[in-house]
Ligand binder design. Sequence first.
Ligand code: CTP
Ligand code: CA
Length: 224
Amino acid sequence: LEKNEQLQGLKHKRFLITAGGTRAYIDPVRYISNRSSGKMGYAFAQVARASGAEVTLISTTNQLPVPVGVHLISVETVTEMQQAVQQNFADADILIMAAAVSDYEPVQFVDHKIKKNSKTKQFTLELKETPDILKSLTAQKKKQIVVGFAAETDDLLQNAEAKLASKGADFIIANDVSRGDIGFNVSENAVTILQRQHANITIPKMSKQMIAKKVLEILAKRFS
Ligand code: CTP
Ligand code: CA
């Protein structure tokens, strides 16, 4: 990787990468999350670091090895992730939002374990919308290149186009998460990269490592 000329432009660039699914806590022992493993974000961190970039990885998982030389910030909730991203964004050249961020979280966090109640056979949990980290950052974007994902089970490209238009990101990586063999929680992926004023680029099924490399090659062109 070190000798990959197409990644040369990334040397000494500062990356901020989020990875994994956030947790929305209900009480001290329970949370709502999603199937994201963090593997795609870690693959980006590894390839960027191997290309000589400075990498800060904001991660919800402790299940994956942290690439050598990568600065790890461990988080669990949307609030923690947003704070960590916010604190590091001004100094970053590139933000990659690979995390699967909770869209909703409980209106109220109950500070003790909620007990079973034999009288109520149903339980209603009230949820409220979380802040959109990606959107809040693109609103304060200066020189940074911002990469977002679109995780979809239906109408992949149509939904990804809409996110490219609405999120203010420079790149949206359309990711089909309806299949078992690519996307969430597996080692391979297949994506389509959307950019404004550029044709879409489709990367067929391959390891997340190779996907990260191909995406970063495209990204590196923005610096040359
Ligand atoms: N994202 C974020 N903050 C949120 C929700 C999403 O920063 N509260 C980011 C994700 O990290 C991803 C991008 O926004 O890079 C798109 O996430 P996705 O879940 O695909 O889209 P949403 O805008 O949340 O819409 P929906 O889940 O309804 O498709
Ligand atoms: Ca979402």
